[in-house]
Design a protein around this ligand. Structure first.
Ligand code: 13P
Ligand code: SF4
Length: 332
């Protein structure tokens, strides 16, 4: 791993504007630790013709300091189809990097930490999907993008939290197999007449929120707006004023400009979004995704210096998975 870098006057000058943006969410005492990495990563990115795509759950020094684009899973997948960079560095979890590779078989796709997994993606395998298809012959399979390439290869069409209802309805069938998130699946089922056959997967971060906790927020701050991610359990979603993908949540704050808001999702979201909306008061519950937090500035720098860790997908699997991801992007 790279040794700690020095905070020189040149580094301070090169990163001053970035720090001014994030000063409310990154203490001044921490900036000398981040700034040398931010400066060097931004330099090396240009030399390598690399693009850095970051999920909304990345820490503020990544999201605001080095990302060329940040967004939800759908936005990251769409951006991965548009870039002419030679190297894509995906700052997020493994399934996101795999999706970028499926969409760009000829590009080098790197993830700064290959162990950045996801409890939803690891809840199901391609063999499980084949068994489901045997059990429900002819019923189309809709897979959340939070799945491995093996699972996507067995899938008719992918979806994200931002387009799940639209995707399910696009198939024109009475029933769909929806996997792996049972809570997102139930949320979709409430909004469509299509029968949704569920898998028992959950997100280890969102399943920890409780309805009682949300009621406490409302009791303590009656004018608060509660916005929640659809990976939360159904009783939690019932307490929310708005339910949407991570980017849907950002759009809600942008359009509604609530005085006070609580985002029922991963910790870094509120910090990242608070930078953009200084007039909104964010109450910050903290459920951390340990997988997203594996990505750090020193690991991103290591990726740029060594071109590790390359994400590879078996071409036969990638080819089959491509159809499912592409169909999703076409209808979104
Ligand atoms: P979004 O697509 O809403 O960003 O969700 C991805 C994710 O992993 C949420 O936990
Ligand atoms: Fe997976 Fe949940 Fe982490 Fe998102 S927050 S990457 S769904 S474990």
């Amino acid at each position: 791993m790279t040794e700690a870098l020095a905070y020189t006057p040149e580094v301070a000058a090169a990163t001053r504007d970035i720090y001014e943006r994030v000063r409310d969410v990154i203490p001044e005492i921490e900036w000398p630790v981040h700034a040398p990495y931010v400066a060097l990563i931004n330099e090396l990115k240009v030399e390598r013709n690399a693009i850095l795509l970051a999920h909304n759950y990345q820490t503020p020094e990544i999201y605001h300091g080095v990302a060329d684009y940040s967004g939800d899973s759908l936005g990251l997948a769409a951006k991965a189809t548009e870039t002419d960079a030679d190297v894509i560095i995906l700052c997020g979890v493994h399934f996101m990097a795999e999706t970028a590779k499926i969409l760009n078989p000829d590009k080098k796709v790197l993830i700064p930490d290959p162990l950045a997994g996801c409890s939803l993606a690891s809840s199901i395998t391609g063999a499980d999907v084949r068994l489901l298809k045997e059990r429900y012959p002819g019923v189309p399979v809709v897979s959340y993008v939070n799945t491995s390439a093996d699972v996507k290869a067995e899938t008719d069409i992918c979806c994200t939290s931002g387009n799940a209802v639209q995707v399910v309805e696009s198939l024109g069938t009475d029933r769909v197999i929806f996997l792996p998130d049972k809570y997102l699946g139930r949320y979709v089922a409430q909004q469509t007449d299509v029968e949704v056959i569920l898998w028992e997967g959950t997100c280890e971060v969102h399943e920890r929120f409780t309805a009682a906790e949300l009621r406490d927020y409302r009791k303590a701050t009656p004018d608060i707006k509660i916005i929640a991610h659809p990976e939360c359990p159904p009783d939690v979603l019932e307490e929310a004023d708005f339910v949407g993908s991570t980017s849907g949540m950002i759009s809600y704050v942008d359009k509604q400009r609530p005085e006070r808001v609580v985002m029922i999702t991963e910790c870094s979201m509120s910090d990242n979004v608070a930078v953009e909306f200084p007039d909104v008061d964010f109450i910050r519950p903290c459920n951390l995704c340990p997988h997203m937090k594996r990505i750090t500035l020193p690991k991103i720098l290591h990726s740029l210096q060594t071109l590790e860790y390359e994400v590879l997908v078996d071409p036969v699997i990638a080819n089959r998975a491509y159809g499912a991801v592409k169909r999703m992007l076409e209808i979104s």
